[in-house]
Design a protein around this ligand. Structure first.
Ligand code: PAF
Length: 279
């Protein structure tokens, strides 16, 4: 039975009792609209911790686009049923006032790794993420936190945050879960029309082809330019970025001189899709 907790005070008592019994607590922070990607994180948490908390909080502070916040899918009853089936111990689903009470005045801002890519196209997004993640770590007092590699840059921002603020929690990155046709699972995918859903897997296919070419020695700049054109031809209306970055520190890379990640953000109809793969 998954217990639903809405206040930080109640959660703190619960976690303190677990910790008194020597239990290791894992947390999976989410914004709900759960899919198999989230459930794979809950499973990893289940395997690597004694007790599992999944948090659901649609964090207004990380939405730079108010329309995206309004349209963000929400279905707590369905999410709860999925978490029950995974044997999650607690669903922590605080309201906005619990997370950001009157007088709240702190912003956590991670510089460097949060500045390019998503940071450049979604101003303030990572301040919102870093602030809420720091709060959720404080509220849950968990010893391990599980994040998907689907949001690769977010994972790097969270690792930096924890390191810089000496937050006593181990961050565990888990592989992106994909649909059978390669589309990375995302809560936003439900907003794709049937026609867009059929076009969407092209993003991953084109990235994979470009990554293979780069590994075979093709020039990075030209390969990415061709891949960008192919994404537009596949029906996407814009490519915000398609870049090769170093795994360590997300530095731009003009050639494959160290382990790299290819990252993309592209617009399909009303929906902004992001993805990334190892190169
Ligand atoms: O990845 C997400 O769903 C969110 O950015 C997170 C980490 C739950 C913070 O709101």
């Amino acid at each position: 039975m998954t217990q639903v907790i809405r206040t930080s005070a109640e959660l703190r008592e619960k976690v303190a009792a677990w910790k008194r019994s020597g239990m290791l607590v894992g947390v999976v922070p989410t914004m709900g609209a759960l899919h198999d990607g989230h459930l794979s994180l809950a499973r990893a948490a289940r395997e690597q911790s004694d007790r599992v908390i999944v948090t659901i909080f649609v964090n207004p502070m990380q939405f730079n686009n108010p329309d995206d916040l309004t349209k963000y899918p929400r279905d707590e009853a369905h999410d709860l049923a999925l978490l029950e089936a995974e044997g999650v111990d607690v669903l922590f689903a605080p309201g906005v006032d619990e997370v950001y009470p009157d007088g709240f005045a702190t912003t956590v801002s991670v510089s460097g790794v949060s500045e390019p890519l998503e940071g450049a196209f979604r101003p303030g997004h990572f301040d919102g993420v870093a602030t809420v993640v720091a709060k959720l770590f404080g509220m849950t007092q968990a010893g391990r936190a599980f994040f998907g590699e689907k949001d690769w840059q977010q994972l790097q921002v969270v690792r930096r945050l924890v390191e810089d603020l000496n937050i006593p929690i181990r961050i565990i990155g888990c592989p992106t879960i994909r649909e059978a046709d390669g589309l990375a699972m995302s809560s936003r995918n439900v907003r794709l029309s049937a026609a867009e859903r059929a076009q969407a897997p092209a993003l991953h296919q084109i990235m994979q082809a470009a990554a293979a070419e780069i590994r075979d020695g093709a020039p990075v700049g030209e390969t990415l330019m061709n891949a960008q054109a192919a994404i537009l031809e596949a029906g996407f209306s814009a490519v915000e970025y398609l870049e090769l970055r170093s795994v360590e520190g997300l530095r731009p890379m003009a050639n494959l001189s160290e382990p790299a990640r290819m990252l993309v953000a592209a617009q399909l109809g009303d929906v902004r899709l992001i993805d990334n793969i190892a190169v």
